[in-house]
Design a protein. Structure first.
Length: 94
């Protein structure tokens, strides 16, 4: 019995030591990667993407950044048609 308890204690100690080692290694890896990436981000910044004047996003938005009235009208019409269709179906079921 005594040797079995001793083996369980040794197994638990090894498991705990392994978990601590993996946690410490991954923590150091994350810290290292973040420091390296921070230095590289200063040295090589992301390029600024310039929007094209003929893109689809510009046609759907006005100059102030709001959604075009044509898009709002299309969505409103679709919602009204959906509601009418489902109201008639619910009324016919009753």
């Amino acid at each position: 019995m005594n040797s079995m308890e001793q083996q369980f204690i040794e197994a638990g100690t090894l498991m705990l030591a392994g978990m601590v080692f993996v946690f410490a290694f991954l923590s150091l890896l994350i810290i290292f990667i973040n420091t390296v990436l921070a230095k590289l981000a200063v040295k090589f910044p992301d390029p600024i993407v310039k929007s094209r004047s003929n893109s689809k996003n510009n046609t759907n938005k006005s100059a102030s950044g709001e959604i075009s009235p044509a898009i709002v009208a299309a969505i409103s019409g679709s919602v009204n048609r959906y509601r009418q269709k489902h109201v008639t179906q619910q009324n016919s079921k009753k």
